[in-house]
Design a protein around this ligand. Structure first.
Ligand code: FES
Length: 106
């Protein structure tokens, strides 16, 4: 069942996630990257899906969210405080605006 099919039925609230200008609907308790994949969209690169590889790193520009466990190699405590996160570990608590923030290779 797609996110849109759930609209109008009892269930978790749906949030609007804007990633570099592209829209995505994500249920509360959904993880942004996995929901993007489920909907066949390719706004962000996908890797391990478990917070370990860092390929899906984003900066949250607007909105409330929580994060699941993430590798500190890719998002330090200080960066997390400033709004950086891994999209595969990002759970929306409101509409969100994100932009890709992949680290440059050294
Ligand atoms: S896909 Fe590997 S950290 Fe998100």
């Amino acid at each position: 069942m797609s996110a849109d099919q759930r609209d109008g039925f009892p269930g978790p609230p749906m949030f609007e996630i804007v990633i570099a200008g592209h829209g995505l609907r994500c249920p509360a308790e959904g993880r942004v990257l996995l929901e993007m994949e489920r909907q066949g969209k390719k706004f962000l690169p996908v890797g391990c899906r478990g917070g370990g590889c860092g390929i899906c790193r984003v900066e949250v520009l607007r909105g409330r969210y929580r994060t699941l466990k993430m590798s500190r190699l890719h998002v330090s405590v200080e960066e997390q405080r400033r709004g950086f996160a891994l999209a595969c570990r990002l759970v929306p608590e409101s509409d969100l605006e994100l932009r890709p923030a992949r680290r440059q290779a050294h």
